[in-house]
Ligand binder design. Structure first.
Ligand code: CDP
Ligand code: MG
Length: 690
C-alpha cells in the first residue's frame, strides 16, 4: 500500500516552524547576555550621568508630552533600555498605579536589565522594578517598571486588550523586527487610537527609523498633527572610508584573514572587527590567522591578538572582546552578526565586512523554516560600517564590489515576512483580529505565507473554513507556547495514552544540542560509543526520550551528564520547560497518561497526529521525498546527527521529521520511522490509499 496526498481536502502543509516557548525568541537559547560596563568602578550616579542618553533626558520627556509615539534611536550601550524607564518613573509616568513596560525579544535580556535597573535604584528586584517572562513572574503590586518579553506582552493582551495597566510601553530593540515586535506595533497602533493617554517608545539601535515613524503617523480627520516623532541620541561623529573589493571574492573566510594581514602590513594603528556568519567561520578565521602569522615575514610594529565573538561563547571569553589589548598589540575580533547591534566594542578602527549573514528563511512551497547564509542588506552593511569611527575616523573593507553593494536589498527582511504565519495567525485570532490577511502590519507578509498557514491550521483542526478558532482546540493552541503541530500532539496525547512522553518531547524540542560534541577525534568516538546505549531503532524521538528519562532517573546529576557527554544545562532547561508545560496541560484539564515501558507505537502515532504533513518517503533513487508532493519535493537526506543516518532504508519507508537543516543538501535532522497505517488512521482527511 502506498499513501497519496488527499487532494480533495484543501489542507496541505509541510511545516517545520519551531515556535519556541516564546515564539520568535529562539535565538536566546544557550546564549549568554553579556553586557560590558566600562564604568563599573564609579558610583552609580556618575555611571548614569556619563551615558550618552543623559544629555537627551529632557528632550525625551518633552517629546513624550507632545507625541504619543517616540522612535528613539541610539547605539547599543547609550542607555536606552536602562535609563528611559527610570526617567519616566522620575517624572511621574507611573502614578495612578500605572506601570512602565519595557519589552525585550530575549528572556535573558529582560531579567538582566531588570536586575541592573533595580541595582541602580537600590531596590529589591521584584519590588519597584521587576520582570516577567513566561513561567517566571518577578513583580509585585508595588512594581512600577516591568521588563518583559515581547511574546509575553502579546499574551497579556489576551486578558487585557487595551493594556490598561501601562502608561508607557517601550518596544525595545525594535530594529531587530522580531515577530512579536511587529505584531505588537500593529496591535498598539490600534490601542493608541482608543487610549490617548498611552505612550509608545520604539527604541532602535539603527538609524533607519523613519518607516516606524511614518507607520504611526496616520493623519486622522480633523487632526493634521503628527502622532509620532524621532529622536536620535548623539552617535558616531567621525567619517569612515569605505573600500570595496575590485573582484568578487570566492572564499570570504580566507579573504577576511588576508585583509587582516594586509591592514597589519601597513602598520596602520587600531583594532580590527571582522563580520562573519557563524561560529564555525569565526573559529576557522582565528585558526587560519594564527597559521598564517607563523610564516608572515613583513616587519610590523604591532603584535596580533585574535579574539572570537559569538553568542554561545562563555561570558568569560566574551569579556576579552572588550578588554583593551596591551600596548603594542593589535586586537583582531572575528565576530558573528552579534557585533552589528547587540554589543558595542570601543576603539575599532577597521571593519571587514564579508557581506553575508546567517538567518532563518521560510519556504512557503515546502513550508520549512531553515537557517541559511544570505547576502546582507544595504542597511546592515552601513550599520556594520558604523561600528568603526566612534573614537576617530575609520576604514571599512567590504569584501564585495560597489556594484554588488548597490544590488543588495535596501533593508533586511523582518522576521514576520520570513517565518511561518501559523502561530502568529492563531494569536491574532485569539486577540479578536477578524481579517488576519488584511491586518495593518508594519510590513505585510507575503500572501503565500498566509495561505500555507491557513491550510496547516485547518488541517490541524485549529480553525474552521471561515478562519474562526475552533473550540477548544484552536483556543488552546493559541495559548500554548508551542509550535501548533507540537501543541496539537500534546493536546491529543491523552487519547494515545502517552501524554508523559509527548510532554517530554515537546520540552526537548525547545532546546538545542542534548549532547556536547568533543573537539578531539578520539573523544568524539568515545562519546559516540557511550551514547549508543540510548539509541532506539525507531529514530531520534525515542532516542531523545531515552536520554531524558535516564537523566531524570539518575537524579539529574552532573556526573551522569559528564559520563555521557550530555549537556547538563540543556537537559535541566528541558526539565524546567516540561514542568511549565505540564501546568498548561493541567489547566486545560487534560489527563496525564503514560505509554509505560514506552509503547513506542503509541508515541509515534501521536506524533503523526500533529506532524502528518511532515512525512517523507524513501525512494529507489536513494533519497527521501516529501510525501506531500513527491514530484516537486527536493531530495531529502537524513542528517549525520540523526540516529537513522546509517540505517539502510528500503524504498517505501516513511519517516516523520520535526526538524530540517539546509546546508549543502536538505537534511532531516530529528526523524523517526513511521507506518503508513498510522497516517491513514490519524490523518484520513490528509491522506488516502492509492
Ligand atoms: O539599551 P542601550 O543599549 O542603549 O543601553 P543600556 O542597556 O541601557 O546600557 C547602558 C549602560 O548601562 C551599559 O553601557 C552598561 O554600562 C550599563 N549596564 C550594565 O552595567 N548592566 C546591564 N545589565 C545593563 C546595562
Ligand atoms: Mg538596550
Amino acid at each position: 500500500m502506498s499513501l497519496l496526498k488527499n487532494n480533495s481536502s484543501n489542507s496541505n502543509s509541510f511545516n517545520n516552524d519551531k515556535a519556541t516557548l516564546e515564539h520568535g525568541q529562539r535565538a536566546e537559547e544557550n546564549t549568554s547576555n553579556f553586557v560590558y560596563n566600562p564604568n563599573h568602578k564609579l558610583p552609580i550616579y556618575t555611571q548614569r550621568s556619563r551615558l550618552p542618553i543623559y544629555a537627551s533626558r529632557s528632550e525625551i520627556l518633552y517629546l513624550l508630552e507632545k507625541f504619543q509615539v517616540l522612535v528613539l534611536v541610539g547605539e547599543t550601550g547609550s542607555g536606552k533600555s536602562s535609563q528611559v524607564p527610570q526617567y519616566l518613573l522620575e517624572v511621574g509616568w507611573a502614578h495612578n498605579r500605572k506601570m512602565i513596560a519595557v519589552t525585550q525579544p530575549r528572556r535573558v535580556a529582560a531579567v538582566s536589565l531588570a536586575a541592573r535597573v533595580a541595582e541602580e535604584r537600590n531596590c529589591i528586584l521584584g519590588d519597584e522594578v521587576g520582570y516577567s517572562i513566561r513561567f517566571d513572574d518577578c513583580t509585585s503590586p508595588s512594581t512600577k517598571i516591568k521588563f518583559l518579553t515581547d511574546g509575553l506582552l502579546v499574551r497579556e493582551m489576551m486578558g487585557d486588550p487595551l493594556l490598561e495597566k501601562y502608561s508607557v510601553i517601550m518596544l525595545d530593540e525594535a530594529h531587530e523586527r522580531s515577530i512579536n515586535t511587529d505584531l505588537l506595533a500593529a496591535l498598539l497602533k490600534k490601542i493608541l487610537k482608543k487610549r490617548k493617554d498611552l505612550r509608545v517608545i520604539m527604541s532602535s539601535a539603527t538609524i533607519d527609523a523613519h518607516k516606524m515613524k511614518d507607520y504611526f503617523n496616520v493623519k486622522e480627520r480633523g487632526n493634521n498633527n503628527d502622532n509620532a516623532a524621532i529622536l536620535q541620541i548623539e552617535g558616531r561623529c567621525y567619517p569612515v572610508d569605505i573600500m570595496y573589493s575590485k573582484h568578487p571574492v570566492d572564499d570570504y573566510v580566507k579573504a577576511t584573514v588576508d585583509t587582516v594581514l594586509m591592514i597589519h602590513k601597513t602598520n596602520a594603528p587600531g583594532d580590527i572587527l571582522a563580520f562573519l556568519t557563524g561560529q564555525d567561520e569565526v573559529e576557522e578565521c582565528c585558526r587560519l590567522l594564527t597559521e598564517k602569522l607563523k610564516t608572515f615575514s613583513s616587519k610590523t610594529k604591532y603584535r596580533i591578538q585574535s579574539v572570537p565573538m559569538y553568542s554561545n561563547l562563555p561570558a568569560r571569553e566574551q569579556l576579552k572582546v572588550f578588554q583593551r589589548a596591551p600596548s603594542g598589540t593589535r586586537k583582531v575580533i572575528f565576530s558573528t552578526n552579534i557585533a552589528e547591534t547587540s554589543i558595542t566594542i570601543d576603539n575599532i578602527i577597521h571593519i571587514i565586512d564579508c557581506g553575508f549573514v546567517k538567518t532563518t528563511v521560510y519556504d512557503p512551497d515546502f513550508n520549512t523554516e531553515t537557517l541559511t547564509v544570505l547576502p546582507i542588506s544595504q542597511a546592515s552593511a552601513n550599520q556594520r560600517c558604523g561600528r568603526a569611527g566612534r573614537v576617530t575616523s575609520g576604514k571599512c573593507y567590504r569584501l564585495y564590489s560597489e556594484e554588488e553593494f548597490l544590488k543588495l536589498k535596501p533593508q533586511s527582511v523582518p522576521e514576520l515576512q520570513r517565518s511561518s504565519m501559523a502561530f502568529p495567525i492563531l494569536q491574532l485570532k485569539a486577540l479578536g483580529v477578524s481579517n488576519v490577511a488584511k491586518f495593518d502590519y508594519l510590513s505585510p507578509p507575503p500572501a503565500k505565507n498566509f495561505s500555507r498557514a491557513l491550510e496547516l491550521l485547518y488541517s490541524l483542526g485549529a480553525i474552521d473554513p471561515k478562519v474562526e478558532l475552533i473550540n477548544p482546540l484552536g483556543h488552546q493552541m493559541a495559548e500554548m507556547p508551542l509550535n501548533p503541530m507540537f501543541a496539537k500532539c500534546l493536546l491529543k496525547a491523552s487519547e494515545f495514552d502517552c501524554s508523559e512522553e509527548i510532554l517530554t518531547l515537546c520540552a526537548l524540542m525547545q532546546i538545542k544540542n542534548l549532547f556536547h560534541v568533543p573537539s578531539s577525534g578520539k573523544e568524539k568516538m568515545k562519546a559516540a560509543r557511550v551514547q549508543r546505549e540510548f539509541y532506539a531503532m525507531e529514530g531520534d524521538h525515542m532516542t531523545n526520550l531515552n536520554v531524558f528519562t535516564t537523566f531524570v532517573n539518575n537524579r539529574r546529576s552532573k556526573s551522569w551528564c559528564d559520563k555521557y557527554y550530555a549537556s547538563y544545562a540543556s537537559l535541566n532547561r528541558a526539565y524546567n520547560i516540561r514542568e511549565q508545560l505540564l501546568k498548561y496541560v493541567q489547566r486545560f484539564g487534560i489527563e496525564m497518561s503514560s505509554a509505560k515501558g514506552f509503547d513506542d507505537d503509541k508515541v509515534l502515532k501521536c506524533l503523526c497526529s500533529g506532524f502528518f504533513a511532515n512525512v517523507a518517503i524513501y525512494t529507489s533513487r536513494g533519497c527521501f521525498k516529501s510525501l506531500r508532493d513527491p514530484v516537486k519535493s527536493p531530495d531529502l537526506f537524513i542528517h549525520p546527527d540523526s540516529v537513522l543516518y546509517t540505517v539502510p532504508f528500503k524504498s517505501g519507508t516513511y519517516v516523520l521529521f520535526t526538524e530540517t537543516v539546509h546546508s549543502t543538501k536538505m537534511y532531516l535532522r530529528e526523524c523517526s520511522v513511521v507506518k503508513s497505517d498510522w497516517l491513514l488512521e490519524v490523518a484520513p482527511h490528509f491522506y488516502s490509499v492509492r
